[in-house]
Ligand binder design. Structure first.
Ligand code: SF4
Length: 309
């Protein structure tokens, strides 16, 4: 068995940052752009089925604040709570390359001017990567940490189609290759598990694809239903049922066991930060309990990341 940090059955992202920065680093999630190609209906695209009006932001109140105020407010909060000293500003909500180049530059400059901020992480879609964006990331990489998280969500076109994602698996693979070839940013992907018809075979295939990718980290989400989303309508029409925790744990275990242990994993599932907007499943509300349950599930089965890699 591999010994991961903190005795965990997976390779935690905190270890990645610790190796890079020598101490624990905290992310400050911010919301600066207000839309994405899907919401704008570009090329006939539609809003992703799972996405609520806040574009997957952690905190809806952030939209009423300037970037400076968001950073100041949230940084103070985590400084008090965790005695945090080092930070990465996380451009999280919507598609953070779907805006003007000058605006990206201004936001990056402002983020890096803050005390204790060592870099930033940008969340975006695989079909929103231009040469200009790649050059900009490279430029900032010369002076700070630059992380990029690509919302791949699935490597199966039938699932991407179901969630109205608006891009295919090949678009994701091409974007990841392009970013890796042309930049030195720290690259990660987001995956969602729990789509209709998803099986252990899909998990094994997903891990196999990941193992060949030029990335360092992976963030896992269980598909959950938020208010005012396309998924909510399907849920109420009995056309979609999110996985209960045991079923999700089985899929997650299958994926992790086949995943190269070199990848850092952000978390084992999504835990709703805006409880009032969660429709189902209920276990997504219970962050600490569910996280521990998933860890216990792996330990009970003597399972861990990379066991069958
Ligand atoms: S998930 Fe991202 S790309 Fe999809 S609708 Fe929401 S903000 Fe847009």
């Amino acid at each position: 068995m591999i010994e991961f940090a903190q005795g965990l059955p997976f390779n935690p992202i905190s270890q990645h940052y610790k190796q890079l920065f020598g101490q624990k680093v905290y992310k400050i999630p911010v919301a600066v752009v207000e839309s994405c190609p899907n919401r704008e209906g570009l090329r006939g695209m539609q809003t992703c089925l799972f996405c609520d009006v806040w574009g997957s932001a952690a905190r809806s109140e952030a939209f009423d604040l300037s970037l400076q105020d968001q950073i100041t407010k949230y940084k103070a909060h985590i400084q008090n709570k965790f005695k945090a000293e080092m930070f990465l500003v996380y451009f999280q909500a919507y598609t953070n390359t779907f805006t003007k180049m000058q605006s990206l530059r201004n936001n990056f400059d402002l983020a890096l001017a803050q005390d204790g901020v060592r870099g930033f992480v940008v969340g975006t879609r695989p079909d929103c990567i231009s040469e200009g964006v790649l050059n900009l990331w490279n430029e900032y990489h010369q002076k700070a940490f630059v992380g990029v998280e690509i919302g791949v969500q699935s490597f199966f076109n039938e699932h991407l189609l179901f969630m109205k994602r608006g891009h295919t698996r090949d678009v994701s693979l091409k974007a990841l290759k392009q970013i890796s070839n042309k930049t030195a940013v720290d690259l990660g992907i987001h995956l969602m598990f729990g789509w209709p018809g998803e099986t252990r075979e899909h998990m094994r295939e997903t891990a196999k694809i990941c193992n060949d990718l030029p990335i360092t980290n992976i963030k896992l989400h269980n598909v959950h239903v938020l208010k005012n989303t396309g998924l909510e309508k399907l849920y109420h029409d009995s056309q979609f049922q999110p996985l209960e925790i045991d079923a999700y744990a089985d899929l997650m275990q299958e994926f992790l066991e086949h995943l190269n242990p070199r990848f850092f994993v952000h978390r084992l599932a999504a835990y709703a930060s805006r409880w009032d907007e969660l429709v189902a499943p209920d276990w997504t509300k219970n962050k600490m309990g569910s996280h521990q349950y998933l860890i216990d599930h792996l330990n009970k089965n003597q399972s861990q990341q990379g066991l069958r890699f």
